[in-house]
Design a binder for this molecule. Structure first.
Ligand code: PLP
Length: 432
């Protein structure tokens, strides 16, 4: 195996598969040097290892198909709602999961086949459902009676649907991302799901083809997935079982998420025990599909030594909200000197006005200085998703890199776009 050139070779498993360190010490992703990308596209910048992402999609698709031939992997697109990512997922043979009109429009615009699109959500509007029905999407996941009533008013032909159930499985993950426990706002408890399914048996258009569940995100053990598969047994036999996503990711050298093989082995072994032979098994990975392929690049604006050393960059909560929402522990590196052993322990902070705007607590960095490019590894999932305009920050650009070439996937928001949402003094006389 070629040496990656990182100061610590163990970092290879946290950074994208096609990350390497050039002889001058610059970190490269997909053959593009990060300090050069930062100069060309500006910072903060989300950078994607396109080949790494494609390879991961194939590993998921082929890995599941080898173990359970009648299977489907759907890209849970909320993890990275970028048009290019939808197009790549469709090109790699994945189905697409959306949870609202905006994501549905991105999926349709990407050219993904409508029959491979699934719509979820616990509060779908009639307009959203109409858009989905008109587009002819493959599957709508019913959260309960409200969806049935709205679809009743819309449908003039059969529509395949799944019923979302609460499996009563509470994985050990932060509360904000646990969705399968008894108190979940998503789906129906098993007895209510049973009643709904019985009632829909005679429905002229709503065709219940199976069940759906999703237990949560950043799950770092396989056992909760096994319990969730086992929970569906009570409801009888169906052609389709969608068991959601949720596999965790290593953000730090200390983390050890289950491998893709271990996860697929566990769920398919459980499926073999409890699901009818020949039924279709669907999974919906988001985080574990995209996180490792993406990094976020920042420019250092300020290095200050007070009680502690603070290395302040030009982004923060506005582009990496997960640090505050989920206490994420990301792995940083000075992209100009990725071969240099860190000599500085610092608080890596952002520029937004909150003390929670701490990107890495106790970051170890190699001689950080103003003007350096600092990269956070494994930030491909939910970073872009949660980007916002806190303190007037502009939503960052997204660039895909492969074989030494970079392609812009999302333009950086401009100040004109930022200001343009507001109704100002030229249109309304606010000052009188
Ligand atoms: C968020 C979500 C996923 C993806 O979860 P990950 O943890 O990103 O894999 C899959 N299915 C549903 C219904 C979701 O809400």
């Amino acid at each position: 195996m070629a040496a990656s050139g990182f100061y610590d070779p163990r970092l290879e498993r946290i950074f994208p598969p096609n990350a390497a360190v050039r002889s001058d010490g610059a970190l490269e992703i997909g053959g593009c040097a990060l300090p050069e990308l930062a100069a060309e596209y500006g910072t903060p910048l989300y950078v994607i290892d396109e080949q790494g992402l494609r390879d991961r999609m194939r590993a998921y698709r082929d890995g599941l198909a080898e173990r359970w031939p009648n299977s489907q992997v759907a890209f849970a697109s909320k993890s990275f709602p970028v048009l290019a990512a939808y197009a790549i997922a469709a090109a790699e043979g994945l189905a697409i999961d959306v949870a609202g009109a905006g994501e549905l429009l991105l999926a349709l615009e990407s050219g993904a086949p409508p029959e491979l699109i699934h719509l979820h959500g616990n509060a779908k509007s009639s307009e959203e459902l109409a858009l989905a029905v008109d587009a002819g999407i493959g599957t709508i996941v019913l959260d309960g009676e409200a969806d049935v009533e709205r679809l009743d008013a819309l449908l003039t032909r059969p529509q395949d649907v799944l019923v979302r159930i609460i499996p009563g499985v509470d994985p050990r993950v932060p509360k904000a991302i646990s969705t399968g426990g008894a108190g979940s706002k998503f789906g129906l408890p098993i007895p209510q799901a049973r009643q709904l399914i019985e009632r829909l048996a005679a429905h002229p258009y709503l065709n219940v083809v199976g069940l759906h569940l999703h237990i949560g995100s950043q799950v770092l053990e396989v056992e909760p997935f096994v319990r969730a598969v086992e929970a569906v047994r009570e409801l009888g036999e169906f052609p389709v079982y969608n068991i959601g996503g949720g596999l965790g990711v290593d953000y730090h050298l200390r983390h050890r998420a289950p491998s893709l093989d271990a996860y697929l082995d566990a769920i398919t072994a459980a499926a073999r025990r409890v699901l009818p032979a020949g039924s279709r098994l669907v999974i919906e990975p988001g985080r574990s599909l995209v996180a490792r392929s993406g990094v976020t690049a920042y420019r250092v604006n300020n290095v200050k030594r007070t009680g502690a050393t603070f290395v302040a960059v030009d982004g923060g909560l506005a582009d990496q909200l997960n640090v505050a929402l989920m206490d994420m522990e990301f792995t940083p590196i000075v992209a100009d000197r990725a071969d240099a052993v860190p000599d500085t322990t610092a608080q890596l902070v952002g520029r937004q006005c909150e003390s929670g705007d701490l990107l890495v607590d106790g970051a170890t960095l190699a001689a950080p200085a103003a003007g350096d490019t600092i990269v956070l590894a494994a930030t491909g999932a939910y970073g872009y998703t949660l980007s916002n305009n806190y303190n007037g920050a502009l939503k960052p650009a997204v660039v895909f890199c492969r074989d030494g070439a970079s392609r812009l996937a999302v333009r950086r928001q401009s100040y004109a776009e930022f200001l343009g949402h507001h109704v100002g003094p030229s249109e309304q006389a606010w000052a009188c």
